[in-house]
Ligand binder design. Structure first.
Ligand SMILES: *[C@@H]1O[C@H](CO)[C@@H](O)[C@H](O)[C@H]1NC(C)=O
Ligand SMILES: *[C@@H]1O[C@H](CO)[C@@H](O)[C@H](O)[C@H]1NC(C)=O
Ligand SMILES: *[C@@H]1O[C@H](CO)[C@@H](O)[C@H](O)[C@H]1NC(C)=O
Ligand SMILES: *[C@@H]1O[C@H](CO)[C@@H](O)[C@H](O)[C@H]1NC(C)=O
Length: 425
């Protein structure tokens, strides 16, 4: 699972407009950070000296609805304090425009959405949960362009050092009411290779906290032995909207089964493991010459339009079980064919995965042709109808500001089920 596609616009005019837009966005975010920095510092000072220690009880607030009008009820009245960290932990990384758009960008998107969210409180004494905004996936390698995450543990450790030396909240709970995002391959293990991820494990300092991570499997796994919520990989909602303008969800689909991405003809044995457990190799060998299958191994900026033209979109595992294709297929109305045994999918209460996708066991990948032909003859239309529900698409995309039903909204619902960790009483 790597950055297989970088959605770039080849039209130079559009590209410069886009750059300008990006710059304006970056500028406004920076200003936002600056102003929220000033405001937060201000309220923190006030609250620690005057009103802070008198924590109003939940019961009192329930009696007096005026105290807690906006957020009460929704998300169980949850309030989240967003730490204001120095820019080297987050906003500095946004200088690279890929940081807020690539497939690990949920760490940026969730932070951004929380800043303007109604669950946000500027008073940490009023908070149930504490969000720690560290962007660890934006150190792109100059060699291959992939995010290097070797620095992730140290960066997070120093963020914790920073926030715990000054404010009492981390020490008070040993981090159990603190929330982090780990949006790359093996989530809170911070490594892209499973064996290394497992041997390094989840850093000691994060083990009490809540981790929002893209990685999830149904069985026990060392990289999810922490309170966690599975979140979808980041796909830019604007890119999806642009693709859908050209090819609507209900449009004609001339491709039967689609896959574009890394498919190794002879996968290397990397410390006893093969890329994609050789599933992708089997797909290529078995269906490379089958005219129903549209299989491509190279990057192509317009790949989203291919998804929009397809009936079935193959989502085989890479190194990790999850893949951005899951989100792109759903968003563009192509039935995801999930080939990743034991994967735990995001937001099962909002996304009825069994009704909108197909699951094929890794061992059955050689029978894919027959399985898909059978579904096409029987229930494909029913699955497509379920997939057409706009709420499903919405749940997997992170809007810039939290909106009802979007991915950050789903994160907030999940977090509001963990308020037993709150100190607010
Ligand atoms: C980014 O990653 C490289 C390794 O690829 C590392 O040498 C460097 O220190 C990292 N940068 C930061 C700011 O952590
Ligand atoms: C929290 O604990 C650390 C390590 O024990 C300590 O250095 C730090 O001063 C404590 N923070 C506060 C605000 O007391
Ligand atoms: C793959 O490599 C490991 C050593 O890294 C070796 O023990 C194992 O037998 C190899 N597997 C195969 C199928 O060649
Ligand atoms: C469609 O049919 C397949 C295979 O017959 C089955 O596994 C799947 O659950 C069905 N899906 C729906 C939504 O009916």
């Amino acid at each position: 699972m790597k950055l297989l596609h970088s959605a770039r616009n080849s039209n130079p005019y559009k590209k410069s407009c886009y750059k300008l837009f990006k710059y304006a966005l970056w500028l406004s975010i920076s200003l936002y950070f600056l102003s929220s920095f000033l405001i937060t510092r201000h309220t923190t000072t006030i609250s620690t000296t005057t009103i802070s220690r008198s924590k109003p009880s939940r019961a009192l607030m329930a009696e007096n609805p005026h105290l807690d009008s906006s957020a009460h009820g929704k998300f169980n009245g949850m309030r989240i304090y967003v730490y204001d960290l120095p820019p080297q932990f987050n906003s500095d990384w946004l200088k690279n425009e890929r940081c807020s758009r690539h497939l690990f960008a949920a760490e940026v998107a969730i932070h951004r959405a929380l800043l303007s969210s109604e669950v946000r409180t500027f008073d940490p004494w009023q908070a149930d949960l504490f969000f720690v905004p560290v962007y660890v996936s934006c150190n792109f390698s100059e060699v291959n362009g992939f995010p290097a995450i070797g620095h992730a543990r140290a960066l997070i450790a120093s963020a914790i050092q920073y926030l715990s030396s000054d404010l009492p909240f981390w020490n008070r709970s040993r981090g159990s009411d603190h929330v982090f995002v780990a949006s790359h391959d093996f989530g809170s293990c911070f490594h892209s290779m499973e064996d290394m991820a497992i041997s390094e494990g989840i850093p000691e300092f994060l083990r009490n906290s809540i981790i929002l991570q893209t990685f999830g499997v149904k069985d026990k796994h060392p990289c999810q032995e922490v309170e966690n919520v599975v979140v979808p990989p980041y796909i830019s909602p604007e890119s999806v909207a642009t693709t859908l303008e050209a090819s609507p969800v209900t449009g004609h689909r001339d491709i039967f089964a689609f896959f574009r991405g890394k498919m190794e003809v002879h996968p290397k044995n990397v410390s006893g493991r093969y890329y994609s457990k050789r599933v992708r190799t089997t797909i290529l060998r078995r269906y490379g010459n089958d005219r129903r299958f549209y299989l491509r191994r190279h990057r192509f900026a317009g790949y989203q339009s291919e998804i929009a033209r397809s009936k079935f979109c193959l989502c085989p595992l890479g190194w990790a079980p999850w893949s951005p294709r899951l989100v792109e297929s759903v968003a563009l109305g192509c039935v995801p064919v999930i080939i990743a045994d034991g994967i735990r999918l995001p937001f099962p209460s909002a996304v009825p995965w069994a009704e909108i996708s197909l699951t094929v066991a890794e061992a059955d990948v050689g029978k894919l042709g027959g399985i898909l032909a059978h579904v096409a003859e029987t229930n494909l239309t029913a699955i497509q109808r379920n997939l057409g529900d706009p709420r499903v698409r919405k749940a997997l995309l992170f809007d810039d500001t939290v909106s009802e039903g979007d991915a950050t909204w789903q994160v907030l619902i999940a977090l509001s089920g963990k308020l037993d960790r709150s100190h607010r009483g």
